[in-house]
Design a protein around this ligand. Structure first.
Ligand code: XLS
Ligand code: CA
Ligand code: CA
Length: 437
């Protein structure tokens, strides 16, 4: 098969002095950071939907990017797309990919036909994985594009839609297992509501959990050992989505007994849409034991929607990599670039520039995060700030060995309390000195 990106050679690490725009400046896959290669820390993945499928259309204009892969026949296009995907991953030295069922093969006129198409394309993907030594990070089902999902999938008011969604997810799980996928993601694109005037919220939440239980039980029964992820997002396309943010999802998973099998897939742009920072969502996931995987991108603070830009904000990646290191690294998760080139960045070269920019920004973030940890000033400051919790009183409270009446007695005898400084500006300044000094 002839190349789909003939103008691009394999991207190599050349260091920060290079003037070659098609080279890595910071991502050096074999370089060790805290005893582990950058490749193993990052577990970078390509998102099939943005990279191989999305043509740059928006509500004001049609596509600007050439994604036909030399054919107008949908199935031939799907086959060519698969070859192009592996060529691209190979050239970018990306080890993993993620897909929705409908990204890899076009939906047919019946479920049977759609499934047949998926069987054919996943046979090809399996061969390509072997040939190029690539792996599937996670699979998922697109249960939001087709008009049948206009009112939701697992949360649809129509039981036939629920049945269809269950069948589609069952197949997507089978394909994930067939391809050795390490995760399976639920993103509730239309699992929410537009108005409570027509919504039975209680039934919808119960049904969403029912669907997740069914998928999980079935997946385990066919040997899936990986993690399930829920990917929080507060809105878009639905006005209110049930998987609003990490905190909401954790409550949902615990409430419905899904917390043993499910973790979170945290996306940067979704965090900011929920009014949080990317780091906030990662921190919460880490502190509660739900840290799973990352969808790497960034939004635009001036825009209130999901722009899915390639991540180039160094502060964001430093903080994200700090959380990754503190979490002890990924288990089954990885760093999936759920990001797309801007509509006006309309050449194939732009796809490569975009990935290089994102990978380099995360690589630099990883190095800087390790530097912050090695330096120790910030961690020490935090430990010091909470030091009183190690004294006798603090330990009694932590161990549940003191009553509220005893605390009152203690407080009555102690006079006023003078609290220490939080030293935010000092910490921000030393952070900058570590990043740019
Ligand atoms: C959309 C989501 C979606 C999920 C997978 O906003 O990010 O792409 O990652 O369904
Ligand atoms: Ca995502
Ligand atoms: Ca997104």
């Amino acid at each position: 098969m002839s190349e789909f990106y003939p103008t691009i050679k394999k991207i190599a690490y050349e260091g920060n002095k290079t003037d070659n725009p098609l080279a890595f400046r910071f991502y050096n896959p074999d370089e060790l950071i805290a005893g582990k290669s950058m490749r193993d820390h990052m577990r970078f993945a390509m998102s099939y939907w943005h990279t191989m499928v999305a043509e740059g259309s928006d509500m004001f204009g049609v596509g600007t990017l050439a994604k036909k892969y030399g054919s107008s026949d949908p199935m031939e296009q799907a086959r060519n797309k698969a070859h192009a995907a592996f060529e691209l991953m190979d050239k970018l030295d990306i080890d993993y990919y993620c897909f929705h069922d409908r990204d890899i093969a076009p939906e047919g006129s019946s479920l049977t036909e759609s499934n047949k198409r998926l069987d054919e394309i996943t046979d090809l993907l399996k061969d390509l994985q072997q040939e190029y030594k690539k792996k599937l990070l996670w699979g998922t089902a697109n249960m939001f594009s087709n008009p049948r999902y206009a009112h939701g999938a697992g949360t649809s008011p129509d039981v036939d839609v629920f049945a269809f969604a269950a069948a589609q997810a069952k197949k997507a799980v089978e394909l994930t297992v067939k391809l050795g996928g390490e995760g399976y993601t639920f993103w509730g694109g239309r699992e929410g509501y537009e108005t409570l005037l027509n919504t039975n919220m209680g039934l919808e939440l119960d049904n969403l959990a029912r669907l997740m239980h069914m998928v999980k039980d079935y997946a385990r029964s066919i040997g899936f050992k990986g993690d399930f992820y829920v990917e929080p997002k507060p809105k878009e396309p639905t006005k209110h989505q049930y998987d609003f943010d990490a905190s909401t999802v954790i409550g949902f998973l615990r409430n419905y007994g899904l917390d043993k099998d499910f973790k979170l897939n945290i996306e940067a742009n979704h965090a900011t849409l929920a009014g949080h920072s990317f780091q906030h969502e990662l921190r919460l996931a880490r502190e509660t034991g739900f840290f799973g995987s990352i969808d790497a991108n960034q939004g635009d603070m001036l825009l209130g929607w999901d722009t899915d830009q390639f991540p180039t904000n160094i502060y964001d990646t430093v903080f994200a990599m700090y959380e990754l290191l503190k979490a002890g690294g990924f288990t089954n998760g990885g760093l999936n670039f759920d990001a797309k080139t801007r509509r006006a960045s309309n050449t194939n070269e732009d796809i490569f520039y975009s990935y290089i920019a994102g990978m380099d920004t995360f690589a630099l973030g990883l190095k800087m995060a390790q530097k912050i940890i090695d330096d120790g000033r910030i961690d020490n400051f935090v430990n010091e700030r909470y030091a009183s919790w190690n004294n006798e009183l603090g330990q009694k409270i932590v161990k549940g060995q003191i009553s509220i009446a005893e605390l009152e007695k203690y407080a009555l005898g102690m006079g006023d309390v003078k609290v220490g400084s939080g030293r935010q500006e000092y910490l921000e300044a030393i952070l900058n000195s570590m990043l740019f000094g």
